[in-house]
Design a protein around this ligand. Structure first.
Ligand code: NAX
Length: 328
């Protein structure tokens, strides 16, 4: 029988955790032939709730689920980990400044990076979901010097999927008719969803829409502020859709993206498209042979340039801020 893949999920007792764990255990993360073992990390106060979720996972009798262990210690949780889903983070609370937020999350992602460095399997792949995701990924990466830098990624797949549906609705087409959507930059309100390279039935997304005002004043803000709109409507932040995006990200990373299409992921920049090297920024990416590659040589017009630069500038400022805090 195949050796189970160790999947560590942090923040396992949270809302995204609740939506994510059942999909991992049912085989949607790694495919229907790959058994998994779950390693759940929580803070001590939430271990009991994680145990409750584990009871429910047991009650599903998932054929692919070969074990569940629950920890409140990062070293143990990341021991032998193959896939690390870093979901738990410190949310911004009222009156909290950006610097406080980065510092509080540094207190989470630094020790988790160290624990990954100490105990992870050679093939470890890390996806950071917890916000501020790009910079949290950078902090974890900085404390895992023995792990190849490219194994640290942050999630913009939810933004990507949101953009696909918004464009499909506008054009009255099926989401499957749209290829090559791109999210650039930070997973924040400055992100830039780009439909100039998207393909829809033989033309570009932008040409199919043929309405720059809609792109500028409706599409981009709707995608960028969708998280807030969900909170407003649901009274809680996106959870099932975030879990779905995490599944999509890891599945594609392991299994490859389809020919003739690409997706979006925040990965360490190699300097492409003027994004400073090392920033974990969202790009158009394909996955080949288990690695993300940035789609090269796209033409970037002035409209896109301005928006990519603004989001990347924010990432540079976040990097500078965590450097000053001694977190890099
Ligand atoms: P919840 O507050 O429901 O759950 C977070 C869980 O993390 C809690 O159970 C908490 O006890 C746990 N936790 C806190 N510190 C921890 C630590 N040091 N180790 C282990 N666990 C720890 O939040 P939820 O709605 O699940 O969201 C989780 C994170 O995802 C948040 O940071 C949120 O902002 C972020 N999101 C990111 C998205 C993305 O697209 N990248 C979209 C959805 C979501 O907003």
């Amino acid at each position: 029988a195949q050796v189970p893949v160790n999947v560590t999920v942090t923040g396992a007792a949270g809302q995204i955790g609740y939506a994510l764990l059942f999909r991992i255990a049912s085989g949607q993360l790694l495919g229907p032939d790959t058994p998994v073992k779950l390693r759940l990390l929580e803070i001590p106060q939430a271990v009991k709730a994680a145990e409750g979720t584990a009871m429910e996972l047991d009650d599903c009798a998932f054929p692919l689920l070969k074990g569940i262990d629950i920890f409140d210690d990062a070293r143990q949780a990341f021991d032998g980990v193959n896939i690390a889903l870093l979901v738990g983070a410190r949310p911004r609370t009222k009156g909290m400044e950006r610097g406080d937020l980065l510092e509080a999350n540094g207190g989470i992602f630094k020790p988790q990076g160290e624990a990954i460095n100490a105990g992870a399997a050679d093939d470890v792949r890390v996806l950071v979901v917890g916000n501020p995701a790009n910079t949290n990924a950078l902090i974890a990466q900085a404390h895992a010097p023995d792990v190849p830098a490219e194994r640290f990624t942050a999630m913009t797949r939810l933004d990507h999927n949101r953009a696909l549906t918004q464009l499909a609705k506008k054009l009255g087409v099926d989401v499957t008719e749209i290829k090559k959507m791109t999210i650039w930059g930070n997973h924040s309100a400055t992100q830039y969803p780009d439909i100039f390279h998207a393909e829809v039935n033989g033309t570009t997304g932008a040409k199919a829409v043929n309405d720059e005002a809609w792109v500028r004043d409706e599409f981009i803000p709707t995608v960028a502020k969708r998280g807030a709109a969900i909170i407003e409507a649901r009274g809680a932040s996106s959870a099932a859709s975030a879990a779905n995006a995490a599944i999509d990200h890891v599945y594609d990373w392991v299994n490859g993206t389809p020919e003739g299409d690409w997706t979006s992921a925040a990965i360490p920049s190699d300097g492409s498209y003027g994004v400073p090297e090392g920033l974990i920024s969202s790009f158009p990416v394909v996955s080949r042979g288990g690695r993300w590659e940035i789609v090269p040589d796209l033409e970037i017009d002035a409209f896109s340039r301005e928006r990519i630069d603004a989001s990347v500038q924010e990432l540079s400022e976040e990097r500078e801020a965590v450097r000053k805090l001694g977190l890099l």
